[in-house]
Design a binder for this molecule. Sequence first.
Ligand code: DGT
Ligand code: MG
Length: 371
Amino acid sequence: PEGSTPTPVTTVSQYACQRRTTIENSNKIFTDAFEVLADSYEFSEIEGSCLAFRRAASVLKSLPCVVRCLGDTEDLPCLGDHTKAVMEEILQYGRSFEVEKILSDERFQTLKLFTSVFGVGPKTAEKWYRRGLRSFSDILTEPDIHLNRMQQTGFLHYEDISRAVSKAEARALGNIIDEAVHAITLDAMIALTGGFRRGKEFGHDVDFIVTTPELDRERTLLPDIIDRLEQQGILLYCDYQASTFDITKLPSHRFEAMDHFAKCFLILRLEGSKVEGGLNCAEEDRRGWRAVRVDLVLPPMDRYAFALLGWTGSRQFERDLRRFARSERRMLLDNHALYDKTKMLAVSLAGRVEERSSFSLCLFVSRPRSL
Ligand code: DGT
Ligand code: MG
């Protein structure tokens, strides 16, 4: 009506990298349901529907308030008919019957259980399920099952590594990595990345980027760091992948799941960690240590900004950042480079670190401080 103040129109972008998202989630009741559906589609290898539910969850996580009726979602992107039907059920009954059916499904429960083991992906889980295996003891007592080293370690430290890692534990690990790296080379720089860099209180692992200005040293530094952790007696597991990075092969025109930097997936023994709400509190308190998953990535210094951007996550943010670059800017982005297709040249970010105002950037360890 004339004279009334128009309601401000706030449009929510279809790209996660253009949405300001805090770590508070006002719509957990919906996003939890979407994540169950996404997992279920992932187990059935229906990638489109899986991504649709992950995207919808990401959109709702960015909203500052609770969705109270379907009308609230009218202007939101990435919410299809199926998504809205699930939301309608939750709005009406407080729960989704489709999600409840999935949660009570034996196959889903078994695949969820099996994939919760470090080193077990959906394909292996499915294979074991088809063989009639339903529990960990079924797997561990089945004579024909050969577990690789990663899976053996996954079972061995199952309780510890399936329990969330706290910020304090991430900080303690930061100090361990910092000490180990600087005992080898003084000019290395270490950045905490992954979920903790986004300000999360808990994570499933702790991710670090280590880099050095010494040319090519990042290719050889990691085995030295690993040796040192081993000498300290805290290396419980190590999967080392040497660098396959080749600057002349950039940019990669097809999406690659993994980058080419030297990296390692570790399980470290963290002494004296404070247990908060762990299942095995009493046992762990007696032991005085816990096992923690740690990832180290070593890009060359001039690739640091891209690596940091690529490893800070979230996965949806990264996916949408690449999609945004491609569709809106005609650029190719990966963990190594940003390439301008219209000008046929690589965009240099050397010496600069990206700004991401949508996240609280917290860097616990960095020497020299660069952020
Ligand atoms: P969490 O579960 O609390 O550890 O959460 P995040 O966000 O730290 O997740 P994480 O540790 O799996 O990965 C951190 C980021 O690093 C992720 O958002 C994207 C990147 N990243 C990790 N693994 C891969 C991978 O296999 N491929 C690619 N392209 N990126 C990865
Ligand atoms: Mg992480």
